[in-house]
Design a protein around this ligand. Structure first.
Ligand code: DAH
Length: 342
């Protein structure tokens, strides 16, 4: 039998070099050494040969088989090594990659303004008082000099739970609760949610936030009140902020005032093209205050002949809108991350 071992060897070497992975290497091994493999076939023919031929041919086939097996072993080792190093490369941790950022929450704008104000007052010697959201008519209205037939009750669209129980429409009931439980001198602020049956629109939400202040001591005057209001305005809007008191009416204070603050957009100097924030007035109306009405003191067991005091009630939502230029308070309640994160 004439076999050109040179050609065969060339073929096999090429096939070995072309085997790019273990399965194709295994296929090649079966092709040559399997039951019907080419080398197996050659070995089977040995029996049909004359002894002389058998020796020479047998040796050639066996040499070839040894070379082939050696080639398979080397190729397998090489492919395994290649596979391993590829896997290692893939698993390598690139320590120079920047870490994955976690989205960190931040204070809600209303909470941050509430904290900013509360911190100021704590620094001035006030303590923080709290009251319930579900409040009696007595604390929310009557004890604040607002009897049932009082016209100002109509102005606050109250959410009733029962005949006599309401969702507090203001933080002012905390004034009464504090006067009942503490003796003067009293210096408290009470931040929190308040509720009114308002339709949601660009200036109203049924839930909003106030911070109430109450100071009662001997000899407290309107001057003390104004000084503190000015301090709060500067703390919020900057050192150059001025305030003015405009006469107003609240049932539980006498006299009462609206606090206007110089417009932080135009600084109170309305430019020729006008100012949207203050509607060209140079002032922004921000909150109410006044000297505590003697009747309110009396009802809570404090002698108005001995003590006087002032109170104020700031709308935190409105202040926050002014500070951040927010035009729609619905944003505060919609959990929109674009709004909250910016
Ligand atoms: N409670 C008032 C409101 O909700 C705000 C207010 C005004 C509170 C004057 C006060 C005050 O303590 O003195 O409209």
């Amino acid at each position: 039998m004439e076999i050109n071992f040179e050609t065969l060897r060339g073929d096999v070497e090429r096939a070995l070099a072309e085997a790019m992975d273990i399965p194709s290497l295994e296929a090649l091994r079966v092709r040559m050494l399997g039951k019907k493999g080419e080398i197996t076939q050659l070995l089977k023919t040995l029996g049909t040969l004359a002894p002389d031929e058998r020796r020479v041919f047998g040796q050639k086939v066996n040499d070839f088989r040894r070379v082939f097996e050696q080639g398979i072993t080397e190729a397998r080792e090489f492919l395994q090594f290649k596979q391993q190093s590829q896997a290692i490369e893939k698993e390598t941790i690139d320590v120079t990659l920047p870490g994955r950022r976690r989205a960190i929450g931040r204070r809600h704008p209303i909470a941050s303004v509430q904290d900013k104000l509360t911190d100021l007052f704590i620094g001035l010697g006030f303590t923080v008082a709290e009251g319930p959201h579900i409040e009696s008519e007595y604390y929310n209205f009557e004890a604040l000099n607002t009897p049932a037939d009082h016209p100002s009750r109509d102005e606050q669209d109250t959410l009733y739970i029962t005949d006599r129980i309401v969702l507090r429409t203001q933080t002012s009931p905390v004034q009464v609760r504090t006067m009942e439980s503490m003796k003067p001198p009293i210096r408290i602020v009470a931040p929190g949610k308040v509720f009114r049956a308002d339709e949601i629109d660009a200036t109203h939400t049924p839930v909003f936030h106030q911070i109430e202040g109450l100071v009662i001591d001997k000899g407290i005057t309107l001057g003390d009140l104004k000084g503190i209001q000015e301090l709060a305005a500067r703390h919020l809007f900057g050192e150059n902020t001025k305030i003015r008191f405009r006469p107003s009416y609240f049932p539980f204070t006498e006299p009462s005032a609206e606090v206007d603050v110089t417009c932080h957009a135009c600084g109170g100097n309305v430019p020729p093209e006008g100012c949207r924030v203050c509607k060209d007035s140079g002032w922004v109306e921000l909150w109410g205050c006044g000297m505590v009405h003697p009747r309110v003191l009396e009802m809570s067991g404090i002698d108005p002949k001995v003590y006087s005091g002032y109170a104020f009630g700031m709308g935190i939502d409105r202040i926050t809108s002014s500070l951040f230029g927010i035009t729609d308070p619905r944003n505060y309640f919609e959990n929109d991350m674009n709004f909250l994160a910016n």
